[in-house]
Design a protein around this ligand. Structure first.
Ligand SMILES: *Cc1c(COP(=O)(O)O)cnc(C)c1O
Length: 361
């Protein structure tokens, strides 16, 4: 199913000089473009009223169900400036599919994948001058859907708004890529069997923030969540998947299975590693084993991955009664190599053997 996007241009876009000043050092998630995509859903009518319009506040009734019961899902993907000045998206079809899966879990209507792709493509084309040209810069796209029915009864909403906003971004971490420290929380979990851990919904993030504050008090930058049943098996960070690299050259990442978000970066790195003949196990890894392996030297590298921060080395993990360094505590060789291989494909500096890039402008 496809929709035609009506184009209502922003009557007062930001002046070129001001835009270029912002694009020189955009940071992460604060610089927004002139336009947004919006599509509405009404039960009985389906998805309708698709348009590209000026980015502006969305009027929301105080009784809109999202404000009370948090029926909300989102996606995150990037558009990359290519060597010839064009713009390409990385695996937007995978984001379109995942948004449908998240919708299913949250009892929301599924946005047709074609409408997702068309919305993102139309927005990037409209705001293509906002795609940064600085090293590692990109246009971060944030598609999201929320329940907009005005009703306080508890049930799936009968109305929804899908929108896509775009933010020019530089490096996710202030000061560029450096190894981060993790706090292994025993007090809080992110996802339980049967819960919403595999859906990309705002509620998962809301529930993770108290653990992030706890990590901060422990002098750590991020949280690594353990499974909710045994508080033993490593799952993922609040918004990134995790990989381990062993001295024998093998990699391991926790298996998907309902409590872990199926990262597109995770999937891409598994493929890139296997392409070069490396063994990647999707297998459970205990926090006890992690400490033992870090101390013995069997574990040589660890990294976190996701669209926003790409690949981030993990230098240290701390928990109740332990604090261990991984490898040298800095960026591992394979970590750096995989980050490089992935970003070379995304920025069009290397061939794209899996057909991951979609040229949009
Ligand atoms: C979005 C997200 C990731 C990373 O997914 P990518 O598709 O690689 O960006 C990992 N974990 C959680 C909880 C997420 O929300």
């Amino acid at each position: 199913m496809s929709l035609t996007f009506e184009f209502q241009p922003n009557a007062a876009p930001l002046a070129t000089g001001e835009r270029d000043a912002l694009l020189a050092d955009p940071g992460f998630g604060r610089v927004f473009t002139d336009h947004m995509a919006v599509v509405r859903y009404t039960e009985g009518q389906g998805w309708h009223s698709a348009r590209i319009q000026a980015r502006e506040p969305i009027a929301t009734d105080p009784a809109s169900s999202v404000l009370h019961y948090a029926q909300e899902i989102f996606e995150g993907l990037k558009a990359y400036r290519q060597p010839d000045g064009g713009v390409a998206l990385f695996r937007p079809d995978a984001n379109a599919r995942r948004l449908r899966q998240s919708a299913k879990r949250m009892a929301m209507p599924e946005l047709p994948e074609e409408v997702f792709i068309d919305s993102v493509r139309a927005l990037v084309r409209t705001d293509r001058d906002w795609v940064p040209s600085i090293p590692n810069g990109a246009l971060y796209l944030r598609p999201f859907v929320f329940a907009s029915e005005v009703f306080l009864g508890v049930k799936p909403s009968s109305e929804y708004i899908y929108a896509v906003i775009a933010s020019a971004v530089g490096s996710y971490w202030k000061g560029g890529v450096k190894a981060i420290s993790l706090w292994a929380s025993q007090s809080y979990t992110r996802a339980a069997p049967g819960g919403t851990g595999a859906a990309k919904c705002g509620g998962n993030y809301a529930a993770s923030l108290i653990a992030l504050a706890e990590a901060g008090r422990q002098g750590c930058e991020q949280v690594v969540f353990l499974d909710a049943v045994e508080r033993r098996w490593v799952e993922e960070l609040g918004g990134m998947n995790i990989f381990f690299v062993f001295a024998d050259g093998t990699l391991r990442t926790p298996p998907l299975g309902g409590t872990i978000l199926a990262g597109i970066t995770r999937d891409s790195l598994i493929r890139l590693a296997r392409d070069q003949g490396l063994t990647v196990e999707e297998a459970p890894y205990g926090i006890d084993q992690w400490q033992e392996d870090a101390k013995s030297g069997r574990l040589v590298e660890a990294f976190a991955c996701g669209t926003a921060a790409v690949v981030t080395p993990i230098g240290r993990v701390k928990g109740e009664g332990f604090d261990v360094t991984i490898g040298t505590g800095g960026t591992g060789q394979l970590t750096e190599s995989l980050r490089r291989q992935l970003t070379d494909i995304q920025f069009g500096r290397a061939p794209d053997p899996h057909g991951w890039m979609m040229r949009v402008a």
